[in-house]
Ligand binder design. Structure first.
Ligand SMILES: *Cc1c(COP(=O)(O)O)cnc(C)c1O
Length: 370
């Protein structure tokens, strides 16, 4: 049967399910989900004030949200000491990454990223026919010098860096990031993904006053603020570049409840502070039980911990499968070297206790088998 053809770039892409959700895994395996620790969501949930604001806003959903997200941008501008025109909102960082690729990439354009870095970015690059050039991690960190050198080696449209990094949770301090940005040619766009900026030590993110015409910084309400399901992300950058989003945006994509919830979340600083402390504590719990079980946690500035399983990728794969079999949803990196680890998100104590027991049982089982 003939069917309408996709455009040549899309025709050439492999069939893909970008993220297999824990619900889908549970449906396929028939194993009920006991601990959801694989997608770096915040098991601590949003602020009670945010929940109240959402409830109050429910009756108003018959109107479209503000396509300019004016109130939210103004609140962010005040908090970050930026002009409203230096902030754009999108349906999560993921959607903003897609728009950036749409704005900047023509087929064949060169894009530099780290081998094994956040995969959604690569997915958007592929959809535009961009040519991905990858640089290996060094000592479980994104290699800033090698990334910059690769971006300078040939004409590069975009270089991507997540700081702190996902999947390893490692980070560079602001000074190193600033040096990196300034080492990139001015006609190359630097996409600095700061999805985990809030959970990182002070001095990790360059100040918002660090501005460059070729720099876009991406942030989200999905992680520390606990609003992943609402799809709220934002982009800081040069007003002339941000205006580009107006040419291509999905006009009402940032939904009304999402705008209201993000606005309320920004206002509740005490709750954020409290959650950040709980995230830090949960990281320590994961690190402690990993060590206790003979594994090596990697120091993390995020809301997850990459755990070095001490052997090869195949072994880490078995650990992941053992956890899955016990209803614990965790993910793992796939790229060489990083693949020796599993990546466990933080969460409330009961979830971590389930994860710890499942990990202990899995390791005992694997020992007996080998
Ligand atoms: C989780 C994550 C995102 C996704 O953010 P959304 O705002 O939910 O789309 C983006 N970048 C990195 C590095 C992430 O880990």
């Amino acid at each position: 049967m003939r069917r309408p053809r996709f455009n040549p770039i899309i025709e050439a892409l492999p069939p893909t399910i970008p993220f297999l959700a824990p619900e889908a895994i549970a449906r396929q395996s028939g194993i009920p989900l006991r601990a959801r620790l694989g997608a770096n969501e915040s098991g601590f949930g949003p602020s009670p004030k945010v929940k109240a604001a959402i409830a109050e806003a429910a009756a108003g959903v018959w109107t479209y949200g503000d396509p300019e997200c004016f109130d939210l941008r103004r609140a962010l501008g005040e908090k970050l000491d930026l002009g409203i025109d230096e902030i754009a909102i999108g349906e999560g960082i993921d959607a903003i990454q897609g728009r950036i690729c749409q704005l900047f990439l023509s087929p064949g354009d060169r894009v530099v990223t780290s081998l094994g870095a956040y995969p959604t970015f690569n997915y958007h690059v592929a959809a535009r026919g961009g040519e991905l050039v990858t640089v290996p991690y060094r000592d479980d960190h994104e290699d800033l010098e090698a990334l910059a050198a690769e971006a300078r080696r040939a004409r590069t449209r975009i270089v991507y860096l997540a700081n702190p990094d996902n999947p390893m949770g490692t980070w560079w301090d602001a000074e190193a990031v600033e040096t990196f940005v300034d080492a990139i040619p001015s006609d190359t766009l630097v996409v600095l993904d700061e999805a985990y900026g809030e959970t990182a030590p002070k001095g990790t993110m360059p100040p918002t006053g660090f501005k460059r015409p070729n720099l876009l910084r991406l942030r989200t309400f999905s992680k520390a603020y606990g609003l992943a399901g609402l799809r709220d992300g934002y982009c800081l950058g040069d007003p002339e570049i941000l205006k580009g989003f107006d040419r291509i945006r999905n006009h009402f994509g940032v939904n009304k409840i999402g705008q209201i919830a993000a606005f309320a979340a920004l206002a509740d600083t005490p709750y954020l502070e409290d959650v950040l402390a709980r995230i830090a504590r949960a990281r320590t719990i994961i690190a402690d039980f990993s060590r206790e079980l003979g594994l090596e946690p990697i120091a993390s500035a995020t809301n997850f911990v990459a755990i070095d399983c001490g052997r090869d990728a195949a072994f880490a794969e078995k650990v992941l499968a053992g956890l899955a079999k016990r209803g614990v949803f965790v993910r793992k990196p796939a790229a060489p070297v990083l693949a020796r680890t599993i990546r466990m998100s933080v969460g409330p104590d009961p979830d971590l206790a389930v994860a710890r027991d499942a990990l202990a049982q899995t390791l005992t089982e694997l020992e007996h088998r080998s």
